[in-house]
Write a protein that binds this ligand. Sequence first.
Ligand SMILES: NC(=O)c1ccc[n+]([C@@H]2O[C@H](COP(=O)([O-])OP(=O)(O)OC[C@H]3O[C@@H](n4cnc5c(N)ncnc54)[C@H](OP(=O)(O)O)[C@@H]3O)[C@@H](O)[C@H]2O)c1
Length: 267
Amino acid sequence: MFKDKVIIITGSVQGIGKRTAELFAERGAKVVINSRTAAKVEATVAEFTAKGHDVLGVTGDVSDFEFCLELKNQTVAKFGKVDYLINNAGLAAKGKITDTQANVYEKMYAVNVLGSLFPTMAFLPEIKKTKGGVLFISSMAGIIGLPSYSAYSGTKRSIVSLAESLKNELVDDEVYIGVNYPGFTENDAKKEILSPSGESKVMIKRDDVKVEPLDKTVNKIIRQIEKRKFRSYSSYKGRALQTMYRLFPTLSLAVLKKNRRKIMDMQ
Ligand SMILES: NC(=O)c1ccc[n+]([C@@H]2O[C@H](COP(=O)([O-])OP(=O)(O)OC[C@H]3O[C@@H](n4cnc5c(N)ncnc54)[C@H](OP(=O)(O)O)[C@@H]3O)[C@@H](O)[C@H]2O)c1
């Protein structure tokens, strides 16, 4: 199904984004690799090219609309069309609202919200031509606001609303829109997280929560696009949380209240 499809995955030099790009490329897709760091984009392109994949690397920040237009132009110049956009680039942050600097929120909303909206705006005219689609990578934290994760939860939930609006706006264009909710997934060793003061630190390996294997999360993403499903969860926990929150929002918040210390103390 993905042979010769042109797929852009933002933030695809490590972690979920890179592995998604790799599995699509193994299925014959032409993939576009992106991140803000030229050296990482170049290294990923070299790695993919050595494996015989058809790949384009474009370095830049997806929270900059002008860059998103450039990303679209370079994609169309090289591959002639666009089938799917996966809005994967995202930042993590942790800290209580009272301890967090305002610029952490600015960064988080810029990258996690505008960094999903702007590529979508830039690529939609091309995606309409192919009747392809756009997938937004949210999180279980986008289902309910977690204590100490207000910036992350707020931004990840915001893109769900964006996807819901788009889904119905684009019905007549037959463009697919989806939201994927990964659970805790094994991290790339280089994954970073913003502290309340705005410092970016390498995230320590999580041993206080059960993490999903990377390929499980990524295979869910690929299967979701294949089936053009609106929502998909990497684990049953995500689906259970969504169902519980929809049916019993007050009870869900009460359960979170009971577990707040555990959540706030997570690494
Ligand atoms: N891992 C998990 O447990 C988990 C769980 C739920 C949801 N998610 C979501 O899944 C997505 C991928 O997560 P991950 O753990 O694989 O993340 P990751 O290891 O931190 O990788 C994210 C990538 O995005 C790039 N990036 C960040 N800001 C960017 C920007 N403004 N423009 C372009 N690229 C940018 C980063 O590269 P540069 O720094 O070079 O730009 C980095 O390579 C994220 O949206 C995350 O919120 C992850």
